[in-house]
Ligand binder design. Structure first.
Ligand code: ATP
Ligand code: MG
Length: 175
């Protein structure tokens, strides 16, 4: 069995509700509130043996303690003038997420996964846009609220892409 997996943090429901209250109508396909998450490491298709190795490696890893996440400005990938992804950045917690991504990368290596070549950039995806649009006016008008929660456990998710994306929490790793 091979499953599409990733490691990340959910956005608690209250934080998702508070965020939605700050957002205007977004272009593209907004991420449903149940699916809002911060990705730490996308794993792609992983077989059971590799998953077990990764799980064991994460159990042995020093993941650091829980930390506060505070949401910040809105941004867009690949660039605001021609955006395909809209995201909310972090006013607090970036450093910890980047450190955790480094620890997780080592566990992935121990498990035999291919290294992630792309640099890690913590963000909360809020909409996916096809075709791309100019989001500069939207980004300029957005006034961030300091929405805050505590990240206390890393989650191994399965991503099921059939009939609308559903993320299933498979394992928890306390920080
Ligand atoms: P959908 O693909 O249906 O729009 P999704 O992108 O959230 O939904 P996945 O493609 O399974 O679902 O991705 C899960 C998470 O991993 C998301 O946060 C996504 O941005 C991230 N991700 C997906 N592919 C990659 C990749 N190649 N590199 C880095 N992160 C990725
Ligand atoms: Mg995707």
């Amino acid at each position: 069995m091979v499953n599409r997996l990733f490691l990340g943090f959910p956005v608690p429901m209250e934080a998702g509700v508070a965020l939605a209250a700050t957002l205007p109508r977004l272009p593209g396909r907004p991420v449903p509130s149940d699916n809002l998450h911060l990705t730490i490491r996308f794993l792609g298709d992983v077989d059971e043996v590799t998953r077990d190795r990764l799980s064991a490696a994460l159990d042995e890893s020093e993941l650091g303690g829980g930390f506060d996440i505070v949401l910040g400005e809105m941004g867009a990938f690949p660039r605001p003038a021609k955006a395909s992804v809209l995201w909310i950045g972090l006013a607090q917690g970036r450093r910890e997420l980047i450190a955790l991504n480094g620890v997780v990368e080592e566990a992935c290596d121990l498990a035999g996964l291919e290294p992630e070549e792309r640099p890690y950039s913590p963000h909360l995806t809020i909409s996916r846009i096809r075709p791309e649009v100019d989001t500069r006016p939207l980004l300029l008008s957005y006034r961030p609220e300091p929405i805050k929660w505590k990240a206390s456990e890393l989650i191994l998710y399965e991503s099921r892409l059939d009939r609308g994306t559903v993320y299933v929490s498979l394992e928890q790793f306390p920080l």
